[in-house]
Design a binder for this molecule. Structure first.
Ligand SMILES: [Zn+2]
Length: 272
């Protein structure tokens, strides 16, 4: 059995501030990297105990060079580095039995979600009129390849958002948001323990978890929260400008939709 882990940092134990995850050389970043590695390791250990034979981890946060590799067992491989064409789902195909979304966070502009954003904090995305975040898009991408999302971890608001679109996915709450940069946090070792227990349960009931299904053509709406982005987004081919500053894209697959999401994100990132 092969598992795929998309590992992000905003939703891990204790992280509440951009200073902890922005990738510099600070003690805060190092502390977060250590806990990040501990949590991914706990998921790997639990999954292997429950029968996983191969695990691919996508170091998904920022520049993609956060995990401390030599701490992992030999069944594990890590996709790392930046500017990957299909950032969230490189090498994810139907040979995988399940997807794990670790350290996930709420959608752009979620009230009280810790460090909420959907690739960019300045863009909101909707599919068929429903707000979607990174975890929704990743679960739908995996679903298109018939891979179920078996577990998600993050703050309580993330798990609450995920429960609507991914009702049979097991959720692990790592902290309770008390603001966009504040939370009541579980002990880091307690989070690792919970992750290990829940992934064992998830792997054992993997056949009962349905992959989310979506039928193309898929309508994606992009809503910029900053009017300065409106000109830039109109550069993308097949993206139609709507009255009021929103944009519509009709995709033939989730992969096409995800590519437009990444393109829009890159165009809206300062410095590009
Ligand atoms: Zn991140």
């Amino acid at each position: 059995m092969k598992l795929y882990i998309v590992a992000d940092m905003e939703g891990i134990a204790g992280v509440v501030s951009p200073a902890e995850v922005e990738g510099g050389n600070s003690w805060e970043t190092e502390q977060a990297r250590k806990q990040f590695t501990n949590e991914v390791l706990a998921v790997c250990q639990g999954a292997i105990e429950a029968g996983a034979e191969e695990i691919v981890i996508n170091d998904f946060h920022g520049h993609g060079r956060n995990l401390i590799l030599d701490r992992f067992p030999s069944q594990v491989m890590v996709i790392r580095g930046g500017f990957r064409r299909t950032s969230g789902f490189d090498l994810l195909d139907s040979s995988f039995s399940g997807l794990v979304l670790l350290g996930a966070h709420t959608r752009t502009a979620s009230v009280q979600g810790v460090l909420s954003h959907t690739y960019s904090p300045r863009l909101q995305f909707e599919i068929f009129g429903q707000p979607v975040g990174e975890f929704d898009l990743l679960a739908l991408l995996a679903g298109e390849k018939k891979v179920p999302t078996i577990m998600i971890s993050g703050d309580d608001k993330t798990i609450e958002q995920a429960s609507t679109n991914l009702p049979s996915t097991l959720g692990v709450v790592t902290k309770w948001a008390v603001g966009t940069q504040a939370a009541l946090c579980l002990h880091p070792a307690q989070v690792c323990q919970l992750l290990k227990e829940e992934i064992r349960r998830a792997v054992k009931q993997i056949d009962k978890i349905e992959p989310p299904a979506i039928t193309p053509p898929i309508q994606l709406l992009i809503r910029p929260l900053d009017v300065a982005l409106v000109d830039r987004l109109s550069w993308i081919p097949r993206v139609k400008s709507l009255p009021g500053g929103a944009f519509e894209f009709i995709g033939e697959s989730m992969e096409e939709v995800a590519n437009v999401v990444y393109g829009a994100t890159l165009l809206s990132t300062p410095g590009h």
